[in-house]
Structures are given as C-alpha cells and as structure tokens.
Design a protein around this ligand. Sequence first.
Ligand SMILES: Cc1cc2nc3c(=O)[nH]c(=O)nc-3n(C[C@H](O)[C@H](O)[C@H](O)COP(=O)(O)OP(=O)(O)OC[C@H]3O[C@@H](n4cnc5c(N)ncnc54)[C@H](O)[C@@H]3O)c2cc1C
Length: 322
Amino acid sequence: MAEVLVLAEHSGGEVKKVTCELLTAARRLGSASVVWTGGGADAGRERLGEFGAEKVYVADSAEFDEYVVAPAAELLAQLVAEVAPAAVLIAGTTEGKEVAGRLAVKTNSGVLTDATDVTAGPDGAPVAEQPNFGGAITVHSRVARGTPIIAVRPNAVTAEPAAGAAEVTPVTVALSDAAKAARITERVAAEKGERPDLTEAQIVVSGGRGTGSAEGFGVIEALADALGAAVGASRAVTDAGWYPHQYQVGQTGKTVSPQLYLAAGISGAIQHRAGMQTSKTIIAINKDPEAPIFEIADLGIVGDLHAVIPQLLDEIGKHKQL
Ligand SMILES: Cc1cc2nc3c(=O)[nH]c(=O)nc-3n(C[C@H](O)[C@H](O)[C@H](O)COP(=O)(O)OP(=O)(O)OC[C@H]3O[C@@H](n4cnc5c(N)ncnc54)[C@H](O)[C@@H]3O)c2cc1C
C-alpha cells in the first residue's frame, strides 16, 4: 500500500488535533506516514500511533524553528522523491497552505487547498471536496499531475483513532540557501486568554453589528465563556473597532468549521458565510426573520440578542448547577 505523507502540526511535542484529522483522511488513501519537523517527536509519537500513523519521519533539526515555511517544503519535496507517496496532506492553515504551494512548485504537482474532505476515488486516487464561490458551490476535485498535495481545513474531518506502529525513521535534509532566506528573529507569544483557538474550537460564538457597540459585544464573550467557546466577529464589528481583527470570520478573515457556530446579530452576508458555513450545526439569533443567516441555520431564534442571550446564560447556569 502506498504511503500518504502527513505534515504534523505540533507545538512543544504536543500533537495538534488537525494532525489527527489528517491521519484519519490519510488512512482512506493508503498507509499513513507522518513528517515531523524539529524536536518533540518522542513526546508526540504515542498520539500519532493512536491515530494510525505507521511511520514517523523525523527531521530533528533546529533549522525548522529558525526559518519560516521554506524548510518544511524542501523536506517534503525530498521525501516525495524518495517515497513516491500517493498523496501529501497538509493542514489548511495560513502556513500550511504556503508549504503546500511551495511543495507543488518543487515537485511539479497539482495542489488543492481548503479541502473539507478527502476520500479515495474509484481508482483509489484522492478526491478532495472543496467549497467554492463563498460556499455557494461544492466541487469534488482531483489532481491531474504529479503527487496530489492537499491542504485540508482544520475541524473539517472528524478524527477517528486507529492503532498504528508509529515507527520512527530519522531523516536529514540539506537545506538550500534559498530556504534560509527569511530567518525568524523573534517570537512573541500571542496574548491568549482561557478561550480556545478560533480555528480549532469545537464551539464558536460570533457577534455582528446587531450587538450595537463594543460594550454590547460583551454578551458574546459572556456566552462564549459559558459554553467554553471561542469568540468570532463579523467584519462590520471588526471594522468598527468593537473587537480585534484577528477574530473576524469570513472571506477576508478566519475560516472556521466547528461542531457548533452560534451567530448573533449577524445578517449572513455571503462573505461572512464563506468562513463558517461548513460548521456542523449553525444557530442564528437575529431580530429580522428575513435575515439571510436563517437560510443556512439549523436552528433560528428571532429576537433581540440582548434579550435572548441573557436568558440563554440563565439556562446554562442552571444546567451547570445540576
Ligand atoms: C471583499 C469583501 C470581503 C468581506 N469579507 C468579510 C468577512 O471576512 N467577514 C464578514 O463578516 N464580512 C465580510 N464582508 C462584509 C460583508 O459583506 C457584510 O457587510 C458583513 O458581514 C456584515 O456584518 P454584520 O452581519 O455584522 O452586519 P449587518 O449586515 O449590518 O447585519 C446586522 C444584523 O444584525 C441584526 N440585528 C440588529 N440588531 C439586533 C439585535 N438587537 N438582536 C438581534 N439581531 C439584531 C440585523 O437584523 C442584521 O441582520 C466583506 C465584504 C467585502 C466586499
């Protein structure tokens, strides 16, 4: 069975959830092999095995932390030449998509980004599902040249455990000068509260212009905290300066695909939908029964969010006491 390479996303030896999702997709296409850059593989190996990794290629070099994305693309290109994998799966994060693009150029292969699912076609070759035109159309695509390189959105595939040997194979790569052209000079930890990361969260509570003001947006944070959710915002909110831009969801913001997306005071413009409509369950609170967000909502509540959310908080509070 051909190998399918999965570029691991990890931090301090901790395997990120998206890596387990990619391994699940990889197993549908062949034998899953992880590509691990930098240190920490010993700590992460067990978890990789729990999600079906048969092999773990470890390139334990500090250079992966010293330079931006180019070294990972060079390492993958080397492994593609050596292993001839059936596909390479990469997390569809900003960095991951850049690695995918660079790898495609290096290997003269086709690349598919923003995939929300990957399955084996009738001939066993990978078929990616991709939402297009702001999610209005879903297409199924396959790569016609070279090694299929697919960037898969975090949270899109459900991670399913399966035992794998996770046998470690050390690899070395001689990085080109070009890969070292941009050095990381400083890392500043993003100010992060207790809330989960927006693109990885299981639940996202987003607020729109209907919150009325920066102060009014406070109910969105309160609801998010009650549910252990991440906070998102529409562009109307971030442009008005009511909430920071890094929380904007949509075409020009973050793409999220949580189990539950709760949109309060958001009209549901196509550019907002582009970033959230692959969420598994969508709940909308809007005082306008004609608001377009209700077209894609699984559950719609017509009402003033400043009246509805406090009631929701009361109910959540009662359940927590039980
Ligand atoms: C190139 C381009 C890129 C864009 N990218 C993005 C993007 O990435 N993300 C994004 O979000 N937008 C994006 N936009 C903007 C997008 O078109 C919309 O303007 C924006 O999403 C509207 O935000 P909103 O729904 O919060 O505000 P509005 O459209 O003003 O809607 C507010 C909603 O709140 C409801 N409401 C008002 N008061 C209450 C209340 N008290 N209780 C309950 N409901 C209430 C109203 O009925 C209304 O439906 C982009 C636009 C362009 C042109």
